[in-house]
Every structure is written in structure tokens, then in C-alpha cells.
Design a protein around this ligand. Structure first.
Ligand code: PMV
Length: 329
């Protein structure tokens, strides 16, 4: 079977996923809460999967941005490919080559586009055509946020109830709302606490984790209502609430931890200052120092100018809603 190349864009959660479902089978990667995201037209991962004959004693290999990755990183890809090998009975190994248009593991959600592109390329390379729901479930097993990058635009990832994870998949949430997400880089390098470890520590030790889970469904309802009504201020308000609440759970973990850098806080203050001056913009942060600012397309230039002038900002990119994952060749 020939090599297959797929591309997936990254996505940023507006209503965050943080924490796995207690008691769930670890490999299924079932979230404690649902989430709503925006797939971006900037940043993403291109991945080629080429099955190779196992009888030459070959193992899976994984090259990222031209460099053969560590055994630990390659193992994550192999575990993922094992699912397809089990599903199809085709036990061949694969050569996997990826190119990231996202600073890897710096909190710009590279795992989302990475596992979405891998799920699409690998399933096709193994001769399986999955519908979007099934593809989303498969991508989820690599990384929760990847389930959402299968779709373009606004996306809902259902928490689901079943232990099998069959009802835990993403779907597109059509809305007439047009937005921009101004991505403000507030630091460099790999983050200290990856999202999986961060979630685990928070869910096990933070007294704020239970209230996070309890109050989360209302945020999803409010964000869905805002999208249905194309109400940007309402969406922005619930988005900022969701991210601050998520980060509050990490502050109260034992030991407490946080993803903010001084520049992160300075940008958050600038967003508040812009709002006080009548520019509708709201901030969100993930498991890294960067800030993403949601605003109307017409306000993106003013927001970009303002945040670019904040001391310590390393770069600013303006993203619009982007497309679904796709096969390139
Ligand atoms: O699925 P992961 O491991 O990339 O975790 C995503 C966690 C957050 O980015 C903080 C929130 C989210 O919903 O994307």
C-alpha cells in the first residue's frame, strides 16, 4: 500500500477540556468534561505514513521536522498505530514523517494537529476509510484535543458517558459568527508540565477540580447559545471565564503550578485595557505561556498593534477559522 499524506490544522479550545474521566481505561483518553474549540487556518501538521514490510525486522520510525525523535515520542506513535494494526490484522510497521507548522509542545496545541493528521494518514494508509465521527474517536486516543482537529470552524467534543468511549467524539458546530484569534507568543521552548501530567496532578490534588467539573456544563451551554446567536461578547465572556477557571485549578494543585509567564499577565492586562476602551476582545490560554485573543475581524489590526507593543511579546499571528483535516496525497 502506498504512502498517504494528510494535513490537520491546530485548534484552540474556547471552553476548555482539562482532566480525564475518573476510572476510565487510560488508553481511551476519555475527558472529564466536553469542550468547544475553533480550528485555525494557521498552524498545523503534515504527516506521511508509509507502511513497510515487517519481515525485514523493521520497527516503526518517526521523524519530526527532519529529526528522528526520541524513543518515548516514537513509542506514542507506535501505540497509536497498534490500534490500526489490531483493527485490520495488518501488522506491518510504518515510516512516519511529520512537519509541524507549530512550535512543538510550546502550548500552541501541536498534539491536536499531530494526532489528527496521524489518524487520517494512518487509517488511509492501512486501507480503512473511517467516517468523521470514527476518525475523531481514533484521534482522541492520541490526544483529547486532536479529536476536534478533524473538523473545521467551531467544534464540540462530547464528553460522552459510555466506558467504551463510543459516544466521545467531536462534531462541527455551524455558526454565522466570524472571528479572529490573535495568537500572542509570550515565551519560547518546551513547557515544564505537559498537559497530561498537569491534568493528572490537578484532578488528583486540586480542591478546585470537582467544582471545575460541576460548573463546566453551563459554560458549554452558554458558549453554544452564543454561537447560535452569533453573539461575540457572550462567547468571549464565557471563553475567558473557562480559561481562568481551568488555570485556577492548577494553582490549587499540590504542588501548585502555573503556565503563565510575566508576559502572559502583561498581555492579559492589555486585553482588559482594550476592552475598557471599547474594543471587544477576550483572552484564552492553554498549557503554555501564550495568549490567544478572540475578537471581531475588524478589530484584529488594533488588537495586533496593541499586544505587539507589550514588552516581552515574541511574535503575533492572526488566525481565522480554518478547514477540516484533509488527505493531501
Ligand atoms: O489533548 P491535550 O493533551 O492536547 O490537552 C489539551 C488541554 C488544553 O489545551 C489546555 C485544553 C483544550 O481543550 O485544548
Amino acid at each position: 500500500m502506498p504512502a498517504v499524506t494528510a494535513y490537520a490544522h491546530t485548534n484552540i479550545a474556547l471552553v476548555k477540556y482539562w482532566g480525564k474521566r475518573p476510572g476510565a481505561v487510560a488508553g481511551l483518553n476519555l475527558p472529564a468534561v466536553g469542550s468547544i474549540s475553533l480550528t485555525l487556518d494557521r498552524f498545523g501538521t503534515e504527516t506521511t505514513v508509509e507502511p513497510i514490510d515487517a519481515d525485514d525486522g523493521a520497527a516503526d520510525s518517526f521523524t519530526l521536522d527532519g529529526v528522528e525523535v526520541s524513543a518515548a515520542e516514537a513509542a506514542k506513535v507506535s501505540v497509536f498505530l497498534d490500534r490500526l494494526r489490531r483493527l485490520t490484522g495488518d501488522t506491518r510497521k510504518a515510516r512516519v514523517t511529520s512537519r509541524n507548522d507549530v512550535p512543538t509542545a510550546a502550548g500552541l496545541a501541536s498534539s491536536a494537529s499531530a494526532f489528527a493528521a496521524l489518524a487520517l494518514a494512518a487509517s488511509r494508509a492501512w486501507g480503512v476509510t473511517l467516517d468523521d465521527k470514527a476518525l475523531s474517536r481514533l484521534a482522541r486516543q492520541g490526544s483529547g484535543s486532536a479529536a476536534r482537529s478533524i473538523f473545521g470552524g467551531f467544534v464540540l467534543l462530547h464528553r460522552g458517558e459510555l466506558d467504551t468511549g463510543d459516544d466521545c467524539f467531536a462534531e462541527a458546530l455551524p455558526s454565522s459568527l466570524d472571528v479572529r484569534l490573535v495568537v500572542v507568543r509570550c515565551g519560547e521552548g518546551k513547557k515544564e508540565t505537559g498537559s497530561t501530567d498537569g491534568m493528572e496532578l490537578t484532578s488528583q490534588t486540586s480542591p478546585y477540580f470537582a467544582p471545575w467539573v460541576e460548573t463546566h456544563p453551563k459554560d458549554l451551554v452558554d458558549a453554544r447559545d452564543a454561537l447560535a446567536a452569533a453573539d461575540l461578547p457572550k462567547l468571549g465572556e464565557v471563553m475567558e471565564h473557562s480559561t481562568l477557571k481551568m488555570h485556577a485549578t492548577t494553582l490549587a494543585a499540590r504542588p501548585g503550578f502555573f503556565y503563565f509567564q510575566p508576559t502572559t499577565i502583561a498581555v492579559l492586562q492589555e486585553v482588559r485595557r482594550l476592552r475598557a476602551h471599547g474594543i471587544g476582545c477576550w483572552a484564552t490560554m492553554d498549557a503554555g505561556p501564550h495568549v490567544k485573543v478572540l475578537c471581531a475581524p475588524a478589530d484584529a489590526p488594533a488588537v495586533t498593534d496593541a499586544v505587539s507593543a507589550v514588552v516581552g511579546v515574541r511574535g503575533v499571528d492572526v488566525a481565522a477559522p480554518g478547514p477540516a483535516a484533509r488527505v493531501l496525497s
